[in-house]
Design a protein around this ligand. Structure first.
Ligand SMILES: Cc1cc2nc3c(=O)[nH]c(=O)nc-3n(C[C@H](O)[C@H](O)[C@H](O)COP(=O)(O)OP(=O)(O)OC[C@H]3O[C@@H](n4cnc5c(N)ncnc54)[C@H](O)[C@@H]3O)c2cc1C
Length: 394
C-alpha cells in the first residue's frame, strides 16, 4: 500500500544511525517522502561488531535487505559461554540447522559499518529520501497540522511529522518524555576489531564465545565473512559517569581481567587501540509519542547490550512504524500511538532482561555456581525455548 502522496510534506527524521536509516527506508517503501537530518558531517557508523538475531532478519526481509546484510556477515556455528577462571564450557547453543529449523531465520554477526552501509545504499537508491548531513535538530514545534524542526543553525524545516532517532542522548526525548539523562550502569565496554591475520589460530573460533568472569565478561567472534575478529571486554567501574566512544585506558582494562584464562589475556594483549563506552540505559516507558512527534531505537528505549538487541529493536521499530503510518497516512499522531502501543512491552522487556543477563554474565560465588548449573543442564531445545519470546516473532 502506498501511504504518503507526493503532494504531502515529508516526514522528518532526526539522526542517520541504524534506526534513522531503517525508518527512512521503511517509510519510503510505503510511499512517504522523508528527510533525514543528521548532525554529523558524514553518514557513517563507528564501533565494532553487532549480533543479529532471527527476529531482525524477519524485519530485514520485510525491507528486502536480508540478503544484502547476510552477504557481508558471519554465521557462527554456536554461542558458547565459558568460565573465564577455569576455562570450562558452561553452555553451548548451536546456531546451525536446528536453530534455523526452530526460528526460520539465521543468527549472524556483522560489522556495524556493514549494516549501516546496506541501509545507507538502500536509502541512496530511493528517490523519496533526502539525506542531509551537518544538520543538528535542537527542538521542534508541533502546531497540530505540521511540525517544524529547529536546527542548531537557526533554520526551521517543516514536515508532516518528526521521528527522533537521535540515540541514547536524544534531545527530542527530553522534550517528548522529559525523564532526564540516561541511567549510568557502572558497566564499561571496551571494543576492538582485529584483522584475522593478527589472531593466533589457537585463539580464533568460528563461534560467538562469551567468557564469563566475576564482574567482567569478554566476547569474541569473527566479522565480515571471517576477515575480521571482534573483541568486547566489559567490566564494572564507577570511575566514569558519562561518555561515549572515548579512547580507553588499557591499564585499567588489564587490571580488571587479571587472573583470568590465558586465552582471554592473550587476546587482550593483542589490542593496541581500544574504544571505550560507558554503558547506559533507561527505565522503560509506555509513552514516547506526542502529537506528530515520536521516537525510535535508542531514543525510545535504550538498553544495555547484554542481549545484543538495541539495533535489532531499532530495525523492528522501523518496520512497525512504517506499517502503522501506511495504515493511517492521514492521521500520523494516531499511527504513532499505535506504533508505540505495539512496541513498548517488547522493548521494555528487553530493557529489563538485558540488566538481568548482565548480572548473570558477571555473577560471582554461589550466584555463578547456580548460573552454571542452570545453563549447563539445558538441552539446545530448552535453550531455544528460553529465547523464543525474543527470536520467535516481532
Ligand atoms: C558495546 C555495545 C555493543 C552492542 N552490541 C549490539 C548488538 O550486538 N546487537 C544490537 O542489536 N545492538 C547492539 N548494541 C546497541 C546498538 O548499538 C544501538 O542500540 C543502536 O546503535 C541504536 O541505533 P540508533 O539509530 O537508535 O542510535 P545511534 O546509533 O546512537 O544513532 C543516532 C544518530 O543520531 C545522530 N544524532 C544525535 N543527535 C542528533 C541531533 N540532535 N540531530 C541530528 N542528528 C542527531 C547521531 O549522530 C547518530 O548518527 C550495542 C551497543 C553497545 C554500546
Amino acid at each position: 500500500m502506498i501511504g504518503g502522496g507526493s503532494d504531502k510534506q515529508p516526514i522528518l527524521i532526526a539522526g542517520g544511525g541504524i534506526g534513522g536509516l531503517a525508518a527512512a527506508y521503511a517509510l519510503a517503501l510505503r510511499g512517504f517522502h522523508v528527510r533525514v537530518l543528521e548532525q554529523a558531517d558524514a553518514l557513517r557508523e563507528v564501533g565494532a561488531g553487532i549480533q543479529l538475531g532471527p527476529n531482525v532478519f524477519r524485519a530485514l526481509a520485510r525491507l528486502g535487505l536480508k540478503d544484502a546484510v547476510l552477504a557481508d556477515a558471519w554465521r557462527p556455528g554456536a554461542q558458547e559461554m565459558r568460565c573465564a577462571l577455569s576455562g570450562k564450557s558452561i553452555t553451548r547453543i548451536p546456531l546451525g540447522d536446528a536453530f534455523f529449523a526452530r526460528f526460520r531465520e539465521p543468527y549472524a554477526v556483522t560489522h556495524r559499518a556493514d549494516l549501516h552501509g546496506v541501509l545507507l545504499s538502500a536509502c541512496r537508491g530511493e528517490s523519496r529520501i533526502a539525506l542531509e548531513t551537518g544538520r543538528q535538530v535542537r527542538s521542534f514545534a508541533d502546531n497540530g497540522e505540521r511540525v517544524s524542526a529547529r536546527l542548531q543553525s537557526g533554520e526551521e524545516i517543516e514536515g508532516a511529522a518528526l521521528i527522533g532517532c537521535d540515540g541514547l542522548w536524544s534531545g527530542i526525548r527530553e522534550i517528548v518524555v522529559g525523564d532526564g539523562p540516561p541511567r549510568v550502569s557502572g558497566h564499561i565496554a571496551y571494543r576492538a576489531v582485529l584483522p584475522r591475520a593478527d589472531v593466533p589460530d589457537d585463539l580464533w573460533s568460528p563461534d560467538v564465545v562469551l567468557w564469563a568472569g566475576p564482574r567482567t565478561h569478554f566476547v569474541q567472534y569473527p566479522l565480515r565473512r571471517g576477515e575480521l575478529f571482534n573483541l568486547v571486554a566489559v567490566f564494572h567501574s564507577d570511575r566514569y559517569v558519562e561518555g561515549w566512544n572515548a579512547e580507553g585506558d588499557p591499564a585499567e582494562l588489564h587490571a580488571r581481567f587479571a587472573g583470568q584464562r590465558p586465552e582471554v589475556l592473550r587476546l587482550l594483549e593483542r589490542i593496541e587501540s581500544w574504544r571505550m563506552w560507558v554503558l547506559c540505559d533507561r527505565e522503560p516507558v509506555r509513552e514516547w509519542s506526542r502529537g506528530r512527534v515520536t521516537l525510535l531505537g535508542d531514543a525510545a528505549h535504550p538498553m544495555l547490550q547484554y542481549l545484543a538487541q538495541g539495533a535489532n529493536m531499532a530495525i523492528e521499530d522501523a518496520v512497525r512504524l512504517a506499517d502503522e503510518a501506511a495504515r493511517r497516512p492521514d492521521d500520523l499522531p494516531a499511527a504513532f500511538k499505535a506504533y508505540q502501543q505495539a512496541r513498548y512491552l517488547r522493548t521494555g522487556r528487553l530493557q529489563i532482561m538485558s540488566r538481568v543477563y548482565g548480572e548473570f554474565y558477571h555473577a560471582r560465588g554461589v550466584a555463578a555456581e547456580m548460573r552454571d548449573e542452570m545453563l549447563g543442564s539445558r538441552t539446545p531445545e530448552q535453550a531455544y525455548d528460553a529465547v523464543a519470546w525474543l527470536y520467535g516473532g516481532a
